[in-house]
Ligand binder design. Structure first.
Ligand code: HEC
Length: 113
């Protein structure tokens, strides 16, 4: 999503630069850019699981998580604080809302899906 926005912003800039041919170059680059303050956000719990947790937890580096009816509160705690070989993840990496969805997802999803 963010990548698309960046591409759009670049496209808009290129277009602005083309349209502005004949104007001083500085003016072309002074064109307002698309706002980029939109924060990165995970789509849902399944996305975080597949793109982060699965790297270890589907490859036998870490123990299996799904299909064990693990308590979502326990999952959130382990993710935030780590546990021995399990790394901790900060809010800037997995925001609170995504972590909540992730914990629900892991807790409720059967092992093979
Ligand atoms: C770099 C590899 C790695 C990644 C990435 C990783 N884990 Fe882990 N995780 C581990 C390892 C290794 C353990 C076992 C820790 C130990 O007991 O030494 C573990 C343990 C856990 C446990 C405790 C399991 C139990 O049986 O009590 C939970 C819960 C957990 N991880 C959740 C997650 C979640 C959720 C994610 C994704 C945000 C994640 N982990 C990403 C390596 C990883």
């Amino acid at each position: 999503m963010k990548k698309m926005t960046m591409e759009n912003a670049l496209g808009a800039l290129t277009l602005a630069a083309l349209v502005a041919v004949g104007m001083p170059a500085a003016a072309a680059w002074a064109e307002p850019q698309q706002p980029t303050e939109q924060r990165f956000a995970w789509k849902d719990g399944a996305e975080v699981y597949t793109k982060v947790c699965a790297l270890c937890h589907e490859t036998k580096v870490g123990p299996p998580l799904r299909g064990r009816d693990l308590d979502p509160t326990y999952i959130r705690l382990v993710v935030r604080h780590g546990s021995r070989a399990m790394p901790a993840f900060r809010e800037s990496e997995i925001d609170d809302q995504s972590l909540e969805k992730l914990a629900e997802y892991i807790s409720k999803t059967p092992a093979h899906q």
